[in-house]
Design a protein around this ligand. Structure first.
Ligand code: 5GP
Length: 196
């Protein structure tokens, strides 16, 4: 049973190509607080090497809609105008809190704004790339997306950047290690504030 006052939520957003995936992995390993990565549900098909229940809960449209109707989602959004739905299951928050940890949500700006409305005390972090040219370079270096998807992601990133000031913290991911240690400091301070 989750105790009241244990609603520890971290939301991390930033354009794909801002280095989020590596950063999240480092944080989960090195942060001095317990971080439990929320596994989102999505209707996007899995990429090679992605594992159901680990990277995402890969659902059919019907399964996703069913969960929407049952109120299973804290938030959900169509990301990048891709036609694919992504959403955070409430059960993922409970899973984190039952471990006395922070639910760590790596979600887009639309989803983050919905979480902020429901949990104004959530620790929200926007991850920026040093420049838009560097962002485009990183996005292309992954080599996993088609040109039209890259163009959509660039446009989305531009829009998302406009909303960065709605987040409690904005971190520039120039040097990975620096960004990781900055976020570790933030998380430690937030944990101490909640335990005070
Ligand atoms: P990808 O398809 O590259 O795995 O993820 C695309 C984007 O979807 C990521 O930038 C991530 O922020 C966003 N995303 C992943 N899970 C969720 C979710 O549960 N809710 C929302 N709103 N966005 C998500």
């Amino acid at each position: 049973m989750v105790q009241s006052g244990s609603e520890r939520i971290i939301v991390l957003s930033g354009p794909s190509g801002s280095g989020k995936t590596t950063l999240v992995r480092e944080l989960v390993t090195f942060a001095e607080v317990i971080l439990v990565k929320s596994v989102s549900a999505t209707t996007r098909p899995p990429r090679p090497m992605e594992v159901h229940g680990d990277d995402y809960w890969f659902l059919t449209d019907a399964e996703f809609q069913g969960k929407m109707h049952n109120g299973a989602f804290l938030e959900h959004a169509e990301v990048f105008s891709s036609g694919y739905l992504y959403g955070t299951l409430r059960s993922e928050l409970d899973r984190a809190w039952e471990q006395n940890g922070w639910a760590f949500l790596e979600i887009d700006v639309q989803g983050a704004l919905k979480v902020m409305q429901q949990y104004p005390n959530a620790v929200t972090i926007f991850l920026k790339t040093p420049s838009s040219a560097e962002f485009e370079r990183r996005l292309r270096a992954r080599g996993t997306e088609s040109e039209s998807i890259i163009q959509r992601r660039l446009a989305t990133a531009e829009r998302e950047l406009q909303l960065a000031d709605r987040y409690k913290y904005v971190i520039v991911n120039d040097q990975l290690e620096t960004a990781v240690s900055e976020i570790c400091v933030i998380l430690k301070a937030e944990e101490m504030a909640r335990n005070a």
